[in-house]
Design a binder for this molecule. Structure first.
Ligand SMILES: Nc1nc2c(ncn2[C@@H]2O[C@H](COP(=O)(O)OP(=O)(O)OP(=O)(O)O)[C@@H](O)[C@H]2O)c(=O)[nH]1
Ligand SMILES: [Mg+2]
Length: 304
């Protein structure tokens, strides 16, 4: 299945929340203020956020005027264009080290899909022929290390680990030493799920970053904030909180399959200016895809 088809299939509930709510009766309807108002309500209900929804409607209004379009049947196409514009700065490229391994740190609150996303990404990079090491930086939750070991098995990657309860910064140190001596291309580092108001856990994150920067200058090359797409607006407050304590360079939005809240990607990108780099579209090994703004906009706005 191609990327566009996969986005269309997995984002079908989010499409239903936007296009489905606007109704099949768009063609023939007048593209007037009452339809714009309806669009605004639908976008807000689909978790696009108030500010971004207003921006999208204004953009659609502007496009309609410029193209002298007056039929409701054109609305999905105009909305698609507006969404693409909202997401235009969203290049999914991952930053890489000039020499030595690239070190990527995954952060986020509990249960959002950090460990799963690491496993999927490891599998993807392995298939590209890259040498990938996993670092079991979640020493806090019981069974977190075993869970990462399992993903190591599934993706064919070694896991650097210490015992449960040990200092995660020491895991970072060892993973970087191992990564250098084994000529790894990538180190993907797990962390414990943490609430942004737990200061000790946030301080721990700072220490991990500091050790990485010291042992591997230029790292972490990416700090990826993982957000659960099913939590809608909550994802926005998490982004704000994590941005205040960590240099978030990209976002992974998980669990977009089977949720109607996929509109949340729009305000994340527009209001925080952080690119969404990856999206989780299911629980399988191959269900992490690079975020593609055009495919996303098309999946939300096009039927058939
Ligand atoms: N449907 C679906 N489920 C997902 C996706 N990504 C992760 N999950 C599920 O979400 C649950 C939590 O995933 P984890 O990877 O353990 O989350 P975590 O952030 O590491 O959790 P903690 O380590 O407890 O903080 C698991 O049951 C995953 O299978 C996704 O893209 N789609
Ligand atoms: Mg985890």
């Amino acid at each position: 299945m191609g990327l566009l088809d996969k986005f269309k299939e997995r984002l079908s509930k989010s499409r239903a929340a936007v296009l489905g709510r606007l109704g099949d009766a768009l063609p023939g309807k007048k593209l007037d203020e009452s339809l714009f108002e309806e669009l605004e309500e639908v976008l807000i209900a689909a978790d696009a956020g108030v500010e971004t929804s207003l921006w999208l409607v204004e953009e659609v209004r502007r496009l309609a005027r410029a193209e002298k379009v007056t039929d409701g049947g054109d609305l999905p196409r105009l909305l698609q264009t507006a969404m693409e514009k909202a997401l235009e700065d969203c290049a999914a490229e991952m930053q890489e080290a000039d020499v030595g391994p690239s070190f990527y740190l995954f952060v986020g609150v509990n249960g959002v899909g950090k460990t799963t996303s690491i496993g999927k990404l490891a599998y993807r990079y392995r298939r590209q022929g890259k040498k990938v090491l996993l670092a079991a930086g979640d020493t806090f939750r019981a069974a977190a290390i075993e869970q990462l070991l399992e993903w190591g098995d599934r993706s064919g990657c070694d896991v650097i680990r210490h015992s449960s309860g040990s200092d995660p910064a020491a895991v970072v140190y060892d993973a970087i030493v191992a990564g250098k001596s084994r000529s790894a291309d990538l180190i993907l580092c797990d962390t414990a799920g943490r609430l942004h108001n737990k200061t000790n856990l946030m301080a721990e994150l700072a220490k991990m970053t500091k050790v990485a920067a010291r042992e591997l200058p230029g790292s972490p090359h990416e700090v990826l904030l993982v957000l659960d797409g099913t939590t809608g607006q909550n994802a926005l407050s998490q982004t704000k909180a994590f941005q205040e304590v960590a240099k978030v360079t990209g976002i992974v939005v998980t669990k977009l399959d089977g949720t109607a809240k996929g509109g949340v990607i729009l305000p994340i990108v527009r209001e925080f200016g952080v690119p969404v780099k990856w999206v989780g579209l299911g629980e399988g090994l191959e269900d992490l895809e690079p975020f593609d703004a055009a495919a996303y906009a098309s999946a939300i706005c096009q039927t058939g």
